[in-house]
Structure formats: C-alpha cells, structure tokens
Write a protein that binds this ligand. Structure first.
Ligand code: FES
Length: 171
C-alpha cells in the first residue's frame, strides 16, 4: 500500500470509530508533529468501547468523545461531533477511520461543507498483492485495489454502498 500523506494542512480533524482508532493514532501523531492543530473525535456505541483515548490526547489539541448511548462524553453520532467542529472553526482536512458505514456518513457530512476528507478502507483482503481482487473498490468510478492503491482514498470519491455490499460477500 501507500504511506499516509502527511503535511501541515492547518487544522485537521481526525475521527475514529471502534478499532479504527488504532490505525488513526500514528496519523494523529504525525499530523501533530507536522505542525497541524489536531482535533480528535473518538466514537463508539458505549463507554467501554472507546479505546486509546489517553494516547490520542497526547498528540491532540482537543479530544471529543461521542457515544451512541451517552455513557461517556457527548451523546450522539460521530458525524455530530465532526460537524460541531466544522461549524465552530475552519477545518482544512478530515481524516476518518472506522466502520465503512461510519466513514460513509462522515464523508457525506464533510462533502456538504466541502472539506477535503481522507478515509482508510478496511475491505476484505486475501493476498494483499493486487492479484485476487477481494479488496476491489470503486473510486470515482474507477476500479482500485485497497491493498496496493490504498488503504487511503479521497472519501468523497469512494463508492461506500458498493463497498458495504462487498464486505458482506461471504455472509
Ligand atoms: S487483497 Fe487481493 S487484490 Fe487486494
């Protein structure tokens, strides 16, 4: 795959859901070290499923917690947390990693505000070398392989509905 593109964008909102927070952490750290103002939004169904909060806080200017049931932080969806920041201040880039359905709605939210958004996709992978096609996604109508072309793509160009359908292939 391709390495994450890191630069000083200005203000970056890093938004992670579930175990997506784990791959998000090194991005938060690198974005901070590149001089960005980093606002991290962590989301989960409930308090016990919020992970790596302390580690994220170390490299974030602010951490906002969203839980579906309100057991920790603010009650609400990740998209509300992200949108509140967008309405409050200028955001130059959003990075999102989490379940496909979450990234889909984060992308829809940021598209409305025309904020560049990068997502990291978690498709099914088999060989990881670009040969099996298991990780195939459509980006702006073109076929791409997450294992070699990704995992990060412009979230506004990802066909999330197709990806969600393909994630259920083996059900
Ligand atoms: S995992 Fe096989 S092509 Fe990407």
């Amino acid at each position: 795959g391709q390495a994450t593109h890191i630069e000083n964008y200005g203000t970056v909102v890093c938004c992670g859901g579930g175990v997506g927070v784990a791959p998000l952490l090194p991005i938060i750290k690198a974005m901070k070290q590149a001089g960005n103002r980093v606002i991290t939004v962590l989301a989960a169904r409930t308090k016990d499923l919020i992970i790596l909060e302390k580690q994220c806080a170390e490299y974030s200017d602010e951490v906002i917690i969203m839980t579906d049931d309100g057991s920790y932080g603010n009650k609400g969806l990740v998209t509300e947390g992200v949108e509140n920041v967008i309405l409050r201040e200028k955001v130059n880039l959003v990075v999102t990693i989490g379940p496909a359905i979450m990234m889909k709605f984060v992308a829809l939210t940021t598209k409305k505000h025309e904020i560049p958004t990068m997502c990291s996709l978690n498709t099914i992978m088999v060989d990881g070398t670009g040969m099996c096609g298991a990780c195939r996604v459509s980006i702006d109508g073109k076929t791409r392989f997450v294992c070699i072309d990704g995992p990060e793509f412009d979230a506004h160009k990802v066909d999330f509905d197709e990806m969600l359908m393909r994630l259920r292939t083996y059900n």
